[in-house]
Design a protein around this ligand. Structure first.
Ligand SMILES: O=c1[nH]c(=O)c2[nH]c(=O)[nH]c2[nH]1
Length: 325
């Protein structure tokens, strides 16, 4: 029996990963900077490159990288991860007849303006000096679907945040959980709650024009996006604010209950968001038992010294979806 009767190619996607892009946009002396890690992957009529060693259908991943840098240079959307991802995705699907889908993921690293005080004045954001003000990243994931025709491109956008590390030293309890022969955890009405937030939210798909004149794409895309009420930038800001403020102010009964409140608020306040997913590790902080020297560090009110436990952690996740009307 030949190998080909046993198996077939059921899925194929390829492209460039970890394309590191830094871009400065100068408005006179006022500079804007972004740093992205870009992944750009393609699907289409590429099977023979796997099954027949035929590279005639392969747009080299090196070329995909070059297109990414070219668009970083000319795109009017470079400062906005979702819009830049849409630009890159539509460019790839429009340019190559046999490529029907592009999957672009952008991880945006943080660069914030350094506040500088001159004389007695309050500190002001510096026009061209920046610092890394957090390890969290904004994520924009875009699928450009050209399977309905190159003149009917559809954008499916999922955005979010990863690695947003938060902690609260009170306002969190965990009680009334299952108690049986395996239970050693004590119920607490006051504990430390820390998690590294992983959030993603899915927008309703919307039509985008294929780029006709690359340098004018901005206007067309803006119009198309506006028609759907889509504004990736505003939703990103709202989602981050809701996440942080709910975490801070909720009298948390559990990670599960706080997660649900955050997700409900994002859906309620952002009409274009269809569903919200959080994955929240419960990063445990365990009070150090000092009974052996006659010191109480274990009752909630006396617990002041803790061991941060890296592993194992809980892992609480859920997707909250908009009800269809
Ligand atoms: O908020 C929590 N949810 C759990 O499911 C859980 N399980 C656990 O041991 N501690 C916690 N805390």
């Amino acid at each position: 029996m030949s190998a080909s009767t046993e198996s077939y190619l059921s899925h194929a996607r390829y492209g460039k990963d970890k394309v590191r892009v830094f871009r400065v946009v100068r408005e006179g002396k006022w500079h804007h900077v972004v740093e992205y890690n870009v992944t750009a992957l393609l699907e289409g009529e590429i099977d023979v490159s796997y099954t027949k060693a035929d590279n005639s259908v392969v747009v080299a991943t090196d070329s995909i990288k070059n297109i990414t840098y070219y668009l970083a240079k000319i795109s009017p959307h470079i400062l906005h991860p979702e819009r830049f991802a849409i630009h890159l995705g539509t460019h790839l699907v429009s340019k190559y007849a046999h490529i029907h889908k592009a999957f672009v993921t952008i991880e945006k690293l943080r660069w914030a303006r350094i506040p500088v005080a001159e004389g007695v004045e309050a500190a002001k954001p510096h026009p061209h000096a920046f610092y890394r003000d957090g390890d969290d990243k904004r994520i924009a994931k875009v699928e450009i679907d050209g399977t309905g025709g190159k003149d009917k491109l559809v954008a499916k956008v999922t955005s979010g945040i990863t690695d947003l590390l938060v902690l609260k030293s009170t306002g969190s309890a965990f009680e009334n959980f299952v108690r049986d022969e395996y239970t050693t955890l004590v119920e607490v009405n006051d504990r430390i709650f820390s998690t590294s937030i992983d959030l993603s939210y899915v927008f309703a798909p919307f039509a985008v024009p294929a780029p006709q004149d690359e340098k004018k794409l901005g206007l067309g895309l803006g119009d198309a996006a506006q028609g759907t009420g889509w504004d990736g930038e505003a939703v990103a800001e709202a989602a981050r604010k809701i996440t942080l403020e709910t975490f801070a102010t909720d009298e948390s009964a559990s990670v599960q209950a706080t997660l649900y409140k955050m997700a409900q608020l994002i859906i309620a306040e952002n009409a274009s968001v269809q569903s919200v997913t959080y994955a929240l590790p419960n990063k445990h902080y365990v009070p150090v038992d000092m009974k052996y020297i006659g010191v109480d560090n274990m009752t909630p009110a006396a617990a002041e010294v803790f061991v941060p436990i890296a592993a194992p952690s809980g892992l609480i996740s859920a997707t909250i979806s908009r009800k269809q009307r």
